[in-house]
Design a binder for this molecule. Structure first.
Ligand code: LIP
Length: 265
């Protein structure tokens, strides 16, 4: 078995255990532990507990690897491989009791940014939706659920216009710019969706449920796994230079549509 597949299968195993913990904590009742960049940028006790579980599993199974997670301090490692982890992407959805949240785990080689790393494996486990999206570099993408295992492919034709996902950051000062960006992209769209979890948005692009996704200001852990899942489904993921708030724009989808969106944002 290739190293990429081994990393993917380990990530799936850990994401499965982590997803069950997240679901259990959600059912027991979620407590907000703190706010981070703004009052709207919350972290729950479950975020921290799930990341601790993932980190402990990786330290046991891959002791020489680095770690970069949303809720704890980074660790450099010495193997050249770093695990980029969002324990619960879609935290606000999770806290509000909405099912669109996911455990996102990726193994990357090289730097700690999308433009610097080479993603080797990635999984996005949406436990409340019963779907595990996964990819290994060079091995394609697929979604595993009770219905079975289905290979993923991005869409390339949208005669009625593209169904495009997007998202907004926690800083309300950026919202007016983001609404103007949506307005500028609308001539390409039949409609937009605001799911609230970039890892789910990206997985839906890979699955052809969304034709494209764009958002400014994503963190490395929001997109590390989902971007590889899109690329291994035949899609393209690009990052554009930062805006006046220092936020880079991420766009994902079929390369032609990504280019058309990039011209407008
Ligand atoms: C979320 C992203 C989402 C974005 C939210 C938030 P978190 O990540 O997945 O796309 O719109 O503002 O950044 O904070 O739930 O891990």
């Amino acid at each position: 078995m290739s190293v990429h597949l081994e990393l993917r299968d380990l990530a799936r195993d850990i994401a499965t255990e982590a997803g069950e913990l997240a679901r259990r904590r959600r059912a027991e009742g979620v407590r907000i532990a703190a706010s981070k960049s703004t009052l709207a940028d919350i972290v729950t006790e479950a975020d921290r507990e799930v990341e601790a579980l993932i980190r402990a599993r990786l330290e046991k199974d891959r002791p020489g690897d680095g770690f970069l997670g949303e809720e704890s301090d980074p660790a450099p490692g010495e193997s050249g491989i770093t695990w980029v982890v969002d324990p619960i992407d879609g935290t606000v959805n999770y806290a509000a009791g909405m099912p669109s949240y996911a455990v996102s785990i990726a193994a990357v080689r090289g730097g700690h940014t999308f433009e610097a790393w080479e993603a080797l494996a990635g999984v996005v486990n949406a436990p409340a939706l019963g779907e595990m999206f996964e990819a290994a570099r060079g091995e394609g993408s697929r979604v595993v659920s009770a219905a079975g295992t289905v290979p993923l492919r991005v869409t390339s034709e949208f005669p009625a216009g593209a169904l495009i996902g997007t998202g907004f950051g926690y800083d309300s000062a950026t919202h007016a710019d983001d609404i103007r960006t949506v307005q500028s992209v609308m001539p390409l769209a039949r409609d937009v969706r605001r799911i609230g979890a970039a890892a789910v948005d990206l997985s839906y692009v890979a699955a052809g449920r969304l034709d494209a996704f764009f958002e400014r200001g994503l963190n490395p852990w929001d997109l590390a796994a989902g971007a590889l899942i899109v690329e291994e489904a035949g899609g393209s993921v690009v990052e554009l230079p930062a805006d006046r708030f220092g936020r880079r724009m991420t766009i994902a989808g079929h390369a032609d549509l990504v280019a058309r969106i990039a011209e407008r944002v």
